[in-house]
Structure formats: C-alpha cells, structure tokens
Design a protein around this ligand. Structure first.
Ligand code: KG4
Ligand code: ZN
Length: 342
C-alpha cells in the first residue's frame, strides 16, 4: 500500500446534524483552526432538531465557517492538500450540504476529496488531544445515535459490544424531555443532576444478555413510569433528584460494562468518544474506576466532545496517508456504519 509521508494540510467540513463546522488540521494532529456554528437556538422552540431547518441553516453557514477556518489558519485554499467531509451517519439533507460544498471545493482546487465516517471522527478526537495515543486500545463511543464498545487495532476496528436498543444520548434526551427540560436535553439534564440526590429514587439498572452490550430502552420506560406515576398521584417531586437518579443509573451501566470489558480482555488503555463523553459524572466515574483498575483513560477535552470538524480532519489524515480518496460521485449515507474488520 502507498503511504504519503510528506506534511499535510487538510480542510475538514462537518454538517451531519445541528453544527456547521470547518477546521484545518496539520499532519493529523495540530488544530490550525476549529470553527463551529451551533444551530441550537434555531431548534430550541421545537424541542429537538428539525431536519429541514438544519439543512437550510447549513446552506447559509457552510461557506462562512469555511472562510473563517481558512482565515484563522492563515492559509490560501491552494495551500491545502485535501478536503475532507463527513459522509454519514447523520441527517441526509444536512450531510448533503457539507458534501456538495466539499466536492465543489475539492474539484475546483483539483485536490483529493476524503469521505469520513462521523463516528470514526469522534474516536479520532482523542488523537488530537493525546498525541501519544495509538492503537490498540478500547473505545467507548457514546453519542446521540451510538453506544458502542470498539476495539481499535492496527488491523482495523472490532465491535465488542453495542446497545441492543436506544443510544445513551437518545436516552438522556428522552429523560430530559420527560422532565420538561429544553433542548439540548443531555447537557441540560447533566447540569440539573449536579444539584440532585442520585439515591432519592430507585431505578433498576438494565440487564442485557451480552456481557459487553448495553440497553437503555427499559430504563427510559422505567423513568417515564416513575415520573408519570408521581404526576398521577399528584405527588411533589424534585426534578434535580430525578435527573441525578437517571444520570447515575446510565453512567453506572456504561461504566460497569466498560470496566468489565477491560478486565476480561486485558485492555489497559481506554478512550471515551462521542457527545455523551461531555457528561460530567461519566468523566469522573470512569476516571476513578480506571485509576482503581490500572487503566489509562483518554478523554477528549470538552470542546472536542460534541460535533466539530477538527475530529473529522484527524480521522481524514489516517485515510490521506493511505490515499483512500473518494470519487466525485460521493453521496451522503445517513446510516453509514463503521467497518468492523479487525
Ligand atoms: O456526538 P454528538 O454531539 O452527536 C451525535 O453524533 O449524535 O452527541 C449528541 C448527544 C445528544 O444526545 C446529547 O444530548 C448528548 O450527546 N450529550 C450529553 C451531554 N452532552 C451532550 N448527554 C449527557 N450529558 C452531557 N453533558
Ligand atoms: Zn456526533
């Protein structure tokens, strides 16, 4: 396989959901710029992401954030070596905006186009934050659509376990909605939970057959029943306590399975990735457990936990070195899955 060894400057574009982002990454590791425009305010009135509004907003912002990313990096477009873009998973209309823009730009510049899997991007956020991190390691990916335990090796990715139903982020968002918290639910529930007592109520931790698999749908239903039951009985309750109980149960489920996987499989290096890796209790609990168990934990800093283009540039660099370039016919793939081939 040909490997490109020379220095590289990659412009990356991310538009898979409700953030329009552009970033320039040098040699897969230095962030020369990282511009993120968040659409949160546009979606707040609807309590969630409205795909049509997301697509329109990406169209309005994609050129602005890209120009800003280039200006902050102090570069002219001709100095780039490649243009990278998120191909999926995500909202099809939102993805298409970034892909069409990146394709047009790469074609005009006659530079290679690199199609990046969004989840591979979340994992690669760790390479930006921890230059010493290299495969092999175990990675817990927890986002709005994923709850995966993935073995990252030199040969590729191996799926050790995953959710049997909902994703962790989805469960946080649903619980937040039940408590009447505004979108985005996960971060708001995390904030409210800081003031609550995690032992004020009892929620049963999910039981899943697969040793390294997760499940959140029963937990979600249990939570809804708990709150609605109290509503019907007109019992007073403290929302912060409920948020704390839910967060505590989700985090324990994630941590128990992850630490068990490390112990059983002998992993001494663990990385955390995806939007839910911003959860403060998850970060603290996993840090403590890793310390107790002699595991080195790698976590992205908060600014790289949510969706951003720097992580897409970092993942693209691995493909750039191997000359894995996209065709001009590249299309969005809203359900693009990771390639598990290790
Ligand atoms: O990775 P991400 O930004 O987008 C996807 O690729 O899905 O993840 C978004 C998810 C949402 O469900 C959001 O509520 C959740 O991550 N999230 C959190 C926190 N910050 C973001 N969940 C719990 N606690 C947080 N602090
Ligand atoms: Zn994401």
């Amino acid at each position: 396989m040909n490997m490109i060894e020379q220095d590289s400057l990659i412009l990356a574009i991310e538009s898979s959901c409700d953030e329009t982002a552009a970033s320039v990454i040098e040699n897969g590791q230095s962030i020369l710029s990282n511009v993120v425009y968040s659409q949160i305010q546009l979606h707040v009135p609807y309590g969630g992401v409205v795909p049509e509004i997301a697509s329109r907003s990406h169209i309005e912002k994609v050129d602005l954030v890209t120009q800003k990313a280039m200006a902050e990096a102090g570069l002219r477009f001709q100095e780039l070596d490649a243009v990278a873009v998120t191909q999926g998973p995500g909202l099809v209309g939102a993805l298409l905006v970034g892909i069409s823009y990146a394709k047009g730009l790469a074609f005009a510049l006659q530079k290679p186009l690199i199609a990046v899997n969004h989840i591979a991007g979340h994992i690669a956020a760790n390479y930006l934050a921890h230059p010493d991190l290299q495969p092999p390691f175990l990675c817990l990916v927890v986002s709005g659509g994923h709850s995966h335990l993935i073995e990252v090796t030199d040969q590729g990715l191996n799926l050790l376990g995953c959710t049997q139903d909902d994703a962790a982020g989805e469960a946080f968002d649903k619980a937040a909605r039940v408590l009447g918290l505004p979108y985005p639910g996960g971060p708001n529930l995390d904030k409210l939970a800081q003031e609550g007592n995690p032992l004020a109520y009892h929620l049963t931790e999910p039981k899943v057959a697969g040793a390294y698999d997760f499940s959140f749908s029963g937990l979600k239903t249990g939570f809804i029943n708990l709150v609605h039951g109290m509503d019907q009985r007109q019992e007073a309750y403290n929302k912060a306590d409920l948020a704390a109980v839910f967060r505590h149960t989700v985090v324990h489920h994630l941590c128990n399975k992850t630490i068990k996987a490390c112990q059983d499989k002998g992993w001494t290096r663990l990385a955390l990735a995806g939007g839910v890796s911003a959860n403060s209790l998850l970060r603290h609990t996993l840090s403590d457990l890793c310390e107790e168990n002699g595991i080195t934990l790698y976590m992205p800093p908060l600014f790289l936990c949510g969706d951003n283009a720097a992580m897409i540039g970092a993942a693209a660099y691995e493909q750039y070195k191997k000359e894995q370039f996209a065709e001009w016919s590249l299309n969005a793939n809203p359900s693009l899955s990771l390639r598990f081939d290790a």
